[in-house]
Design a protein. Structure first.
Length: 133
């Protein structure tokens, strides 16, 4: 079952009577954001949102037989300028790969030392960031 909600979704910086337009006046809260939550257990699509500026996101994950989300696995973003970004998560819902039009960053985790290694590949080549917390 795909449920669709139309309205303004505000995560931070919401417009309020004492703060019209929110920080930097990002808009008047015109209600042009559409959010769909997918409860179909046979689909890995969890939710989607589309914004009036043309940007959107889709969230994918593993679901239980009743359609509830057990684990998130991927977030796909389509920016208003047409660029796309994909974020992949591991089984602990930590980022393991971020891919955009200009670069890809891959993360690995060493739980015994609580460190993270990152490899960034872009037009300049490959950079490694090792051992940050």
């Amino acid at each position: 079952a795909l449920m669709v909600f139309a309205g303004t979704v505000c995560l931070t910086g919401c417009e309020t009577p004492s703060n019209p337009g929110g920080p930097g006046n990002p808009g008047a809260g015109d209600g042009d954001t559409q959010v769909a939550v997918n409860g179909d257990a046979s689909s890995d699509l969890v939710a989607q949102a589309k914004v009036a500026d043309g940007s959107s996101f889709s969230i994918f994950g593993n679901k239980a037989a009743d359609g509830s989300v057990e684990r998130l696995g991927q977030v796909d973003l389509l920016l208003a300028n047409g660029e796309s970004v994909t974020l992949e998560l591991d089984d602990q819902e930590r980022p393991i790969r971020i891919e955009g039009s200009e670069s890809t960053t891959t993360f690995s985790y060493d739980d015994s030392t609580a460190t993270v290694q990152a490899e960034v590949v872009d037009s300049a080549g490959t950079s490694n960031l090792d051992g940050f917390h």
